[in-house]
Every structure is written in C-alpha cells, then in structure tokens.
Design a binder for this molecule. Structure first.
Ligand code: NAD
Ligand code: MG
Length: 377
C-alpha cells in the first residue's frame, strides 16, 4: 500500500494537533510532508522535530521562526500544492484558509476540510475549483462527516432532508439578558467539545450552526429548505439524514474529533483504530432534542438568512462575525454586541458583486471594516 502524503495546515490548533495524533497511529498509510501554523513557532518546531516533514511554513513569524521555513500567507498555498501531498487537512481558522482550499482543489488534491469558513465565504468558487481541478472535499466537521457517512452512495434524489445537530453551547439554558452580558470565560466554556477560541464563541452564539447550514448546502448540494437544525445537548447523535421513503439514519458516537478526522483521510473506506473508544449506549443516554430558540440566539437566524439570500451575504455574515468575535475576545464589545454587529453589517453591505474570489474578498473586507467602525461610535 502506498503511503499518502498529508499537509496539515493549522497544525498547532485544536484540529491540527488532533490530526497529528491520528496520523501518528496510522503511519503505515499516511506521512505528514508539510506543516503550517500562524505564529506558534515553539510548538511548530516541536511538531517538525517529531514528524520530520519536507516543508514547514509559518504565516506570521514573530522573529523566532526557523530560517528554513516558508513564511507569509503564501506558505499555506505552497504547502497545499506540493507534489508529495495527496491530502490537505485544512485546519486553519477563518477566511485565511480559503486560498489554500482553492489551490489544493485546483491541484486535484483531497481536501479534508475543517475550515468551514472557506466554504461559507467562497462556496461557489470552491465548488468550481473542485470541478476544474479534479480535487475532492471531504468534511472534517463532525456533523457533515456524519451526513456523508449516512448518505453513503445513495443519490441526492433519495435524500429528503438533513438534520444537523447542535449542542446548544454553554448558554442553552440561559435567559436572554444573562446571555447578553456573558463574559469571555462563560462563552469559552463549551459543555461537550474542547476547541479553538473562535469556534467556541461561534458555538455560544450558534453562529457555528449557521455556518454549518451553509457548509452543508454547498457540500451536499441541498437547498436551504432541506437543511434543518435540532439542539441535542449530549452531542452523541452527530446528525441525521431523512430519506424519501421516510427512513432516518444517524451517525452516533461519543464526541471526539479524531473519528471525523480519520474518516476524512480514509473515506469511503474505514480502517481499524486502536484508540477508538467502545460505544456504550447506556452511558450515552438519555438523548434529548429541542428546537433552536431564535430569540435568544439571533445570530443563528441572521446566518441562515444570509445563506438563503446568497450573493455576497454569506461572505459578509462570516467576516462580520470574525471581526465581532475578535472584538469580543479582546474585551472591546459585549457578547450581545456580536449579533448586533453582524446585523448592522448585513444591513449596510448588501448586493455587492460575488462572482470572483476578488469580489468576495472585497465583501469580506467591507464587512470587517464596517464592524470595526460600528464598535467605535
Ligand atoms: P485553533 O484556533 O485551535 O487553530 C487554528 C490553527 O490555524 C492554528 O494552527 C493557527 O496557527 C492557524 N492559523 C490561524 N490563523 C491563521 C492565519 N491567518 N494564517 C495561517 N494559519 C492560521 O482552531 P480549531 O478549533 O482547530 O479550528 C480550526 C478550524 O476547524 C475552524 O474553521 C473550525 O471552525 C473548524 N472546526 C473545529 C472543530 C474543533 O473541534 N476544534 C470542530 C469542527 C470544525
Ligand atoms: Mg461541527
């Protein structure tokens, strides 16, 4: 069996470090040939010493990087396009991941995509790159991995609807006024998943679930009225697929990103994983389900509406959120301001051209600038 070369973009993050753990258990099949990170040179150096890749890149070096490393934003593309790379694990956070997704798909690679923001900002462009270059997108996001596993080889015409599950985040049971004044610590305290800071805040606002609705629309080619969301606090059912004969399949397991990461590498095959924890239904029960409350989580509805509106709206929603989360995490706006900032950007920036990636970058920049201006009245 030929070993497949893997580039891990965002190797120092939550998904990146989990990917390194997964691949360490499967070295007969996979070899990491490229690693990139934003700025954590200490961890990147440690990873490089243990994995021994052919290429290391650091996008934003702070002076402590290695002279042999690639630098700057182009290092993600350089890593993704290498001839010794078959699979690109895109575990970068935010729209910084988009150019590498496009480059990898153009070059005909498999992209194991954790970076949902690239699909939300540039969905059509990403699908075009995939079709033109002969690449393949396999989701790492647990819900989308679940849906892919449930659909299997059945044609889209047999799928009536998909139902994404959402944990509901740390504020599922909080009332609106308490949510509006939540602290950074409250918002980072996710009940079922340990993740990077940005996606943790997105899970508290339910922006993450809106991004995932848009992600599912592009990945599975389903219109928005066939993508539903249900809150499931235990995070055991990773999503459902309802077929046209009324049968509903779910993919189930304890919450652990290492399974969807491994599956994104091996799809459509499954391989033995010694670290996989045996599933015990009695310790997973009870399983409960409830609707999303759009009153307490207004960003969710804004995001889904932006998806339905299409054009530049998903890019504006996504960039406004990224800017607002950054402001919240630096203590400059309150938690309740995130939804207000997004709503303000969507109202102010509408109908921009959205054909090319340059158009989308302009919409993205306009949304970020709008939110920064909005935060300084
Ligand atoms: P993280 O913050 O832990 O890690 C992000 C990684 O990206 C780091 O290695 C960082 O160095 C790198 N990075 C950040 N900005 C960069 C830039 N401008 N240029 C180059 N590299 C940059 O984030 P995470 O939790 O691992 O999430 C990564 C992606 O995976 C996100 O899109 C997130 O939505 C998605 N995701 C994460 C989880 C999870 O459990 N953590 C689950 C599903 C999806
Ligand atoms: Mg998810």
């Amino acid at each position: 069996m030929k070993q497949q070369g893997v580039a891990v973009l965002g190797s120092t993050g939550s998904i990146g470090t989990a990917t390194l753990r997964v691949i360490a258990r499967h070295q007969a099949r996979f070899r990491i040939t490229a690693l990139t990170a934003s700025s954590n040179a200490t961890l990147l150096r440690e990873q490089a010493a243990s994995v021994r890749p052919e290429y290391v890149g650091i996008a934003n070096p702070n002076g402590d990087s290695d002279p042999a490393w690639g630098t700057g934003t182009d290092c993600l593309i350089a890593a993704a396009m290498r001839a010794d790379v078959d699979i690109v694990v895109n575990a970068v956070v935010g729209t910084a991941g988009l150019p590498a997704t496009l480059a990898a798909l153009h070059a005909g690679k498999r992209v194991a995509l954790a970076n949902k923001e690239s699909l939300v900002m540039g969905g059509d462009a990403v699908l075009r790159a995939c079709a033109e270059g002969g690449g393949e997108i396999v989701p790492v996001d647990s819900e989308h991995s679940a849906i892919l596993q449930c659909i299997g080889t059945r044609p889209l015409g047999e799928v009536r609807r998909i139902i994404l599950t959402a944990s509901g985040g740390p504020f599922r049971e909080w009332d609106a006024s308490r949510i509006a004044s939540a602290t950074i610590e409250d918002a980072l305290n996710h009940p079922t998943w340990r993740m990077g800071r940005k996606i943790s805040i997105d899970s508290a606002t339910l922006v993450n679930k809106a991004l995932e609705v848009i992600e599912a629309h592009y990945l599975f080619g389903l219109p928005y009225d066939r993508v539903d969301v249900v809150v499931h606090p235990q995070s055991i059912v990773h999503s459902f697929v309802e077929f046209i004969d009324g049968s509903v399949l779910a993919q189930v397991g304890f919450p652990d990103m290492e399974l969807p990461i491994l599956y994104a590498l091996t799809h459509p095959h499954r391989i033995d994983d010694i670290a996989a924890r045996a599933f015990d239904p009695s310790s997973a029960s009870p399983l409960t389900f409830e609707p999303v409350d759009p009153e307490r989580f207004p960003s969710f509805a804004l995001g889904v509406a932006a998806g339905v509106r299409d054009g530049s709206a998903p890019a504006v929603f996504n960039a406004a959120n990224e800017a607002a989360v950054k402001l919240f995490l630096s203590g400059r706006i309150g938690f309740g301001d995130i939804a207000r900032a997004i709503a303000s950007a969507l109202a102010a920036i509408d109908g921009l051209p959205s054909v090319s990636v340059a158009d989308l970058s302009a919409a993205d920049l306009a949304a970020r600038n709008h939110v920064i201006g909005w935060s300084r009245p």
